[in-house]
Design a protein around this ligand. Structure first.
Ligand code: ADP
Ligand code: MG
Length: 400
């Protein structure tokens, strides 16, 4: 789909051309899973696929929402912005406009708007189509709603980095309040702060981050989609959060901590016996190990030690399977098949777990072999067909 084709679709829907086009990417997390709410770091990168938004002002005082991916069309009066029932897809956009107004009381929706979205992130696969949609909306409407001159950033943000962090926070608040999903900040940050051929070493507590170059000579990042209907539901997610909290409480009797991520692997040997709940102990062991693996993976990438990076990815999956117990048969089938392919440096589940995708590092010459073998092993074990995407690491949100 080209932007010309999107413009043609806009014209067909609304009878005139769009005034502006924006883009924001989906993301894949390379390593650092279930560390975010434990005070640790994650290491995602923005993808070259994501969500596009075309907009034009209208004189009708309404927001008209269309998506090339959805049948349902919505029309909402600009003085009646509120969450829409029945899991309406427009909530992921409408919420951002509402949140901008609440976070910036001087922001003003000057008129109605006609909107058209197009997304090419597979929805619900854990690659954050929702964050792409939120951040692209936040980007467009901060620009539209802020009273500022051409040369300055909306709301007087001193630099791009601070402005982009605000876009991520708007997106996250939208997801919490309009979509009812209590997500962390990783997805929106990756979509807002992405940089071509770089991954983002992000502290989800402070929102500080570092762009780390991803130089993979002759190696590709391959995403494999389980197409499994299983998801990490809020029940399983909340259980994990609670179990980590139990571990923090019990450890704090011998060594006061706020987050599990504060513990080094040496600390762990000293404190693990303080955790009396065996499930909490397994969960904490994953978090402490994953925080160390993520830091080691970032260092390995900086030194160009891609084989070691791959080994850490595989160790991450094993820990998520055995200690955190969030993989499930589909993700395990994909990862375990990938590990058998000559030319695969590492493979792990990415995202919350149970369904969604794996991420693998695969040598160029092994990619076809990888798809054929992993695809057939996966179908034999699960009866499902996997999909494969060779990922390109792209830039964060932008106006085109
Ligand atoms: P993901 O892992 O892809 O973020 P979510 O369940 O969080 O999965 O978000 C998917 C939802 O986001 C869709 O059901 C839809 O409501 C909304 N969405 C994502 N992309 C689009 C799009 N291009 N057009 C309309 N709605 C979209
Ligand atoms: Mg999402």
């Amino acid at each position: 789909m080209t932007t010309q084709e999107m413009q043609a679709a806009f014209e067909e829907a609304y009878g005139r051309k769009a005034e502006k086009i924006f883009f924001s990417p989906g993301r894949v997390n390379l390593i650092g899973e279930h560390t975010d709410y434990n005070g640790g770091c994650v290491f995602p990168c923005a993808l070259s696929f994501g969500a596009w938004l075309l907009i034009a002002k209208n004189a009708d005082g309404v927001l008209r929402f269309r998506s090339m991916n959805m049948e349902q069309v919505y029309e909402i009066k600009i003085d009646a912005i509120a969450p829409q029932p029945n899991r309406a897809w427009c909530n992921y956009a409408l919420g951002c406009i509402d949140i901008i107004k609440r976070r910036h009381p001087d922001a003003e929706l000057q008129s109605g708007y006609d909107l058209l979205y197009y997304g090419n992130v597979p929805a619900g696969a854990g690659l954050s189509s929702s964050a792409a949609m939120e951040v692209v909306t936040a980007r467009a409407f901060t620009e539209e709603m802020a009273v500022c001159d051409q040369d300055s950033l909306p709301f007087g943000y001193p630099d791009e980095k601070a402005y982009r962090t605000e876009l991520a926070l708007i997106g996250q608040a939208c997801e919490h309040e309009y979509a009812g999903v209590m997500c962390g900040i990783m997805d929106q940050c990756a979509s807002a702060q992405g940089k071509k051929d770089h991954a983002i070493y992000l502290n989800c507590d402070t929102l500080e981050f570092e762009h780390v170059p991803v130089k993979l000579d002759g190696i590709k990042v391959v995403i494999s989609n389980t197409h499994s209907p299983h998801h990490l539901d809020s029940g399983a997610y909340n259980d994990r959060v609670r179990q980590c909290h139990t571990a923090v409480e019990q450890i704090s009797k011998v060594k006061p901590i706020k987050f599990l991520a504060e513990l080094s692997e040496e600390d762990w040997k000293e404190v693990e016996s303080a955790i009396t709940d065996p499930i909490a102990k397994k969960r904490a062991r994953h978090v402490v190990g994953e925080v160390a693996r993520t830091a080691a993976a970032v260092e390995a990438l900086k030194r160009g030690e891609i084989a070691y990076f791959g080994e850490l990815m595989t160790a991450s999956h094993v820990s998520l399977r055995d200690d955190y117990e969030v993989t499930g048969p589909e993700l395990d089938a994909l990862a375990e098949a990938a590990w058998q392919v000559d030319g695969v440096l590492g493979s792990r589940m990415t995202g919350g777990g149970f369904g969604g995708c794996t991420v693998s590092l695969v040598k160029d010459e092994a990619i076809e072999r990888f798809k054929a073998f992993v695809g057939s092993e996966y179908e034999k074990k699960t009866g499902l067909k996997a999909d494969f995407y060779v990922a390109e690491i792209g830039d964060g949100v932008m106006r085109l």
